[in-house]
Design a protein around this ligand. Structure first.
Ligand code: CO
Ligand code: CO
Length: 322
């Protein structure tokens, strides 16, 4: 969509605080001095076979863009494409039930939706939240010295591809499914409390692609410590077995010339760093003086959180990996 939008005049409005031209997670529109709307939409075909979990994942994934801005999601609209007559309507009920439970967990009210007939089922959510316009955590505020944290391990693209090819145990399938269905709410509340300088969520562009977006928007370079990046079980194994989802190659190509490996990284680990994620964790830039307390807080809340990198002054390219 970004390519198509480039042809259009950029949206300019005094109340539009964050628009689509900024490649941020969600749009932000000021209502008054203290309140702005945060809006986002995402929908896709099933990422897992279980319709209930598919609904949960799609809902968690859509809300993630609001959490990534530091917003509070309030309402949701269901978006559904459904092969009427070709699929048991019970499947549809399960998708919507999974989503409804996840949205309720987030304190979000479903206010409506729309469905169209299509060959393949697709589901997602258009979500609206609120935020204090003075406390927006965009992806453009990272400063040299900041520590970079990640709140979910990587490898969902490789593992869901592995599931489709019967290479993954039921146990791991359940672990990755639950991880994708997990809200980024606690991570978001933490980053608000610790006044994160910048944040985004890790989705289709992978860890390196989303790190690039943050670095580019902030005018800095981000260095990723590859050996500190958390990985799901079997992620390296599935990389070795070439269970590579389509988007990974696009991610690698996009970063050509924008990324430098400072030393030789193990090939399979490299593949995981480019792996597109579904409903991935938050990538958060925290002031170095608060980094230890931030990690301790995560631990006390039982929130996964790993130090995976640092921000430095803009170097020869936006992303360095060591
Ligand atoms: Co996002
Ligand atoms: Co999105």
């Amino acid at each position: 969509m970004a390519d198509a939008l480039r042809e259009l005049p950029q949206a300019v409005h005094p109340s539009l605080l964050i628009g689509y031209n900024q490649a941020d997670d969600a749009g932000v529109y000021r209502i008054n001095e203290n309140t702005a709307l945060v809006q986002t939409v995402d929908f896709f075909p099933p990422i897992v076979d279980d319709p209930f979990y598919f609904g949960q994942i799609a809902a968690a994934n859509a809300l993630s863009d609001i959490y990534a801005m530091g917003g509070t999601p309030l309402t949701a609209l269901n978006i559904l494409c459904f092969p009427k007559g070709k699929m048991d309507a019970g499947v549809l009920t399960d998708v919507l039930r999974g989503a409804a439970e996840k949205l309720e967990e987030a304190g979000v009210v479903v206010v409506g939706g729309h469905s169209v007939k299509d060959n393949e089922i697709k589901y997602g959510v258009a979500a609206t939240g609120i935020i204090d316009p003075n406390k927006i955590i965009s992806n453009a505020g990272a400063r040299p010295g900041d520590k970079i944290f990640l709140t979910k391990p990587l490898g969902t693209g490789l593992i869901t591809t592995g599931i489709k090819n019967q290479k993954v145990s039921d146990t791991l399938e359940l672990i990755v499914t639950r991880q994708m269905a997990e809200l980024n709410r606690v991570a978001s509340e933490m980053m608000i409390k610790y006044e994160a300088h910048a944040a985004t969520d890790i989705t289709g562009y992978g860890l390196l692609g989303h790190s690039y977006e943050m670095a580019a928007a902030s005018g800095v370079t981000i260095r990723i410590f590859s050996e500190k990046v958390p990985l799901l079980d079997q992620a390296l194994e599935l990389a070795e077995a070439n269970m590579i989802p389509g988007g990974a190659l696009d991610n690698r190509e996009f970063l050509n010339g924008r990324l430098k490996f400072e030393n030789k990284i193990e090939e399979n680990l490299e593949k995981v760093l480019f792996d597109p994620q579904t409903s991935g964790g938050l990538l958060i830039a925290i002031d170095p003086s608060r980094a230890d307390a931030f990690l301790a807080e995560a631990k006390s809340l039982d929130q996964d959180c790993w130090l995976v990198g640092e921000v430095v002054a803009r170097a020869e390219c936006e992303i360095l990996v060591r």
